[in-house]
Design a binder for this molecule. Structure first.
Ligand code: SF4
Length: 368
């Protein structure tokens, strides 16, 4: 279909050194020298060249190379991919180029190469600095490796993000607070803090009865504690799970939350294509979402509530043209304390985020 230009590019690298006990993402444990890896990268490079020739990359302003563990495949493959990107796109117009990395595979030469080839942001999967907890959730790095990886990343990059998890089996609020404190002291400028989601079929799920998990209230307390510590330290919570020092908010993630079209390359990567009438999401050639105007508007309103800045009144008015039930629902959500009016916008409250399913569900169901 004729579509609006894609503004973000996601490239999926589905290889990891080993499978973490909680992970249900599309990633598999591969040896770094497995012959399938070069074949996979050749496919990625061919896709990038084809898309560039078709003009689909002309408006890309953010790129995210995620996984899996992109750094697991080693310098040769990662640099060949970055080189293909640098010759296929105008990097001067790309504001953010992120590579996801795990502590055990981030090396100084790799950091240097990524920086030289246009990467300007690293996102490190730390999860916790606690060796016992890292072992329980099946991560193969320890706290020392995480600290070392952050230090190496910061030798070249100002924009370094880490992921931290709460609600891990055996974790208490004080231990989690120590992780957040250590993250701040490490000098990173962005943190994603999210609760463990226990997914069926994972080794952690199978062991769930033998482990002691913090309950939902304890998890919520940890999320609130993170906000307290991070905001005191000068970070801003700009999305339900994301904190940044001013100016370091993730531009790529914002594109996802703001209903802007994005391209996905590689196995399991999702492409979102849209025009004024229709929005489609396709993964591996299969259409996962096919939204009409009303459903698009409901989704836009819902996604806006993930961000602190919420849904501007102007935008709400525009969305109401195709979603007439929206204004009344916003008032109802305000009466329930899930959103509030602030600075010319409808913004989520803390309660709204705590009861996220209710808030997001109420907006999504407006189109049905
Ligand atoms: S490193 Fe990430 S993608 Fe790989 S197995 Fe662990 S959680 Fe999954």
């Amino acid at each position: 279909m004729a579509h609006d230009p894609y503004e973000a590019l996601y490239i999926h690298i589905p290889f990891c050194a080993s499978k973490c006990a909680y992970c249900d993402f599309d990633s598999l444990a591969y040896k770094a020298d497995d012959p399938y890896i070069p074949e996979y990268f050749e496919g990625l490079v061919a896709d990038i060249r084809r898309l560039a020739k078709e003009g689909e990359l002309a408006h890309i302003r953010t790129i995210y190379i995620g996984g899996g563990t992109p750094t697991h495949v080693g310098q040769k493959h990662l640099t060949s991919l970055l080189y293909a990107i640098s010759v296929s796109l105008d990097l001067a117009q790309v504001q953010e180029l992120t590579v996801e990395a795990n502590p055990e595979s981030l090396t100084e030469p790799l950091v240097k190469d990524m920086w030289a080839l246009g990467v300007n942001r690293l996102s490190l999967g730390v999860q916790t600095f606690d060796d016992g907890l890292l072992g329980t959730i099946g991560r193969i790095h320890d706290g020392k490796a995480a600290r070392r990886a952050i230090d190496i990343a910061r030798t070249r990059f100002e924009n370094v993000s880490i992921d931290l998890m709460c609600g891990l089996p055996g974790q208490d609020e004080e231990g989690f607070a120590r992780d957040v404190d250590e993250g701040i002291r490490s000098g990173v400028v962005h943190m994603s803090v999210y609760p463990l989601s226990l997914e069926k079929g994972t080794p952690l799920y199978r062991r769930r009865r033998k482990l002691s998990f913090p309950d939902e209230d304890a998890q919520a307390d940890m999320m609130e504690r993170a906000e307290l510590i991070l905001t005191e330290a000068g970070f801003e919570r700009y999305e339900v799970a994301s904190y940044a020092r001013p100016g370091f908010e993730s531009k790529h993630n914002r594109i996802y939350w703001e209903g802007v079209p994005y391209l996905g390359i590689g196995r399991s990567a999702v492409t979102m294509t849209q025009n004024a009438m229709r929005r489609m999401r396709v993964r591996d050639g299969v259409v996962e979402d096919d939204l009409d105007q009303a459903n698009m508007a409901a989704e836009d309103a819902m996604l806006a509530m993930r961000e602190v800045r919420g849904l501007s009144k102007e935008r709400a008015q525009a969305l109401a043209c195709v979603l007439p039930a929206l204004p009344a629902e916003l008032v109802r959500l305000k009466e329930r304390g899930l959103i509030e009016e602030r600075g010319g916008a409808w913004c989520p409250t803390k309660r709204g985020w705590l009861l996220g399913n209710e808030l997001f569900g109420a907006l999504m169901s407006l189109a049905s």
